[in-house]
Design a protein. Structure first.
Length: 356
């Protein structure tokens, strides 16, 4: 469908959100990431859309999925959505539904700027706001943000931006910083489980009206999230027993777990090996793939580093994110080629049988 003449496109501030919102129709689709930042952004947007008289649907992008993949585009090709908001899932050159008015809300380094989309990105701000904070500012610009600040704070804490100096975070501390931190940890847990199902976390964020309600147990989803957190803790305790192999500027921690703990492992070793790029690689997260997280405390651009070593078969699931926090997913043959290019030996390669 043709975009309205008043629909703002390109990189914009949250102040452009109300003008973009008017083009989304009565039944927009909200697509969000499955971590605390993405889920909080999704919850803020769903609340705002409903307050504005719309009936939004939601799709959480979960384990092994990508909002800009051919598979997702095929999935939503027949959707009855009249518009779309994609939150915390990156900014790529092509939209999954170019025929729909689309708003992108994100804080990662774009891999390209799609034509015809309103892109609310904090990438040129300092400090860079999280996607949930951008979503909150969008809702505030539309006059639809009352009582939603705590959700933005959960996203800020979940993305390790609590102490970056945002005035909204300072205001949110009055709601109880301990409860906010515990809620962020709980909401982050289910996406790391073997199932990767983060829908209970989003449901809980939508039901609760404050961080203490996330923790109180009055909603059944809290019990589900506590079980998810325990599952992740067990797997993480095992992975922490594995030490890194160091070659050149890279420290590699290779393990196998059905849970998404590789970012946690990478972050933990980043604090201990400050002069290297830490890569935590998980050969058990998804059949036929190695998922990895890259972190560094050194002055090294991980996006540039991964681009330099990009194997030919890498897809849109490789090398996105931030300068100091990136990662990806590679098929086993591509992983073996990638890790060999870094100078590691056969002991770090995965046998082809695991690709079956």
């Amino acid at each position: 469908m043709p975009l309205p003449a008043a629909f703002p496109t390109g990189l914009q501030s949250p102040d452009a959100f109300p003008a973009g919102l008017s083009a989304l129709g009565h039944k927009p689709l909200v697509v969000c990431h499955n971590d605390a930042d993405g889920l909080s952004a999704g919850a803020i947007l769903l609340h705002a859309l409903r307050r504005g008289g719309r009936e939004p649907d939601v799709r959480i992008i979960g384990k092994g999925e990508n909002a800009y993949s051919r598979e997702f585009a095929q999935e939503i090709a027949e959707s009855e959505a009249e518009g779309m908001i994609i939150a915390d899932l990156g900014v790529a050159p092509a939209l999954p539904r170019p025929d729909l008015p689309t708003i992108l809300i994100d804080h990662h380094v774009p891999t390209g700027l799609p034509e015809g989309a309103l892109i609310v990105s904090g990438i040129h701000d300092s400090p860079i706001p999280t996607s949930s904070l951008l979503a909150y500012r969008c809702a505030r610009a539309a006059g639809l943000a009352d009582g939603l600040l705590w959700l933005a704070a959960i996203g800020l804490i979940g993305d390790l931006a609590e102490n970056d100096g945002f005035p909204e975070m300072d205001e949110a501390r009055k709601l109880g910083i301990t409860a906010l931190r515990k809620a962020a940890s709980l909401v982050n847990a289910p996406r790391r489980t073997a199932s990767g199902d983060a829908s209970p976390a989003l449901d809980l964020l939508l039901k609760a009206d404050e961080p203490k309600a996330v923790l109180s147990g009055e909603h059944e989803e809290t019990t589900q999230l506590l079980a998810a957190k325990e599952e992740v803790k067990r797997e993480l305790d095992e992975a922490r027993k594995i030490g890194p192999k160091v070659v050149g500027e890279v420290a590699l921690v290779l393990f196998s777990s059905p849970t998404q703990i590789h970012p946690l492992v990478a972050q933990a070793w980043r604090g201990r090996i400050k002069d290297r790029i830490v890569i935590a690689a998980n050969a058990g997260y998804r059949d036929g793939y190695v998922h990895f997280a890259a972190r560094t405390a050194a002055d090294r651009d991980l996006l540039a580093f991964l681009a330099e070593h990009r194997p030919p078969g890498a897809t849109e699931q490789y090398g996105n994110g931030h300068r100091l926090a990136s990662g990806g997913a590679l098929t086993i043959p591509d992983w073996n080629q990638f890790i060999a290019s870094l100078g590691f030996g056969l002991e770090t390669q995965i046998s082809p049988e695991k690709a079956a």
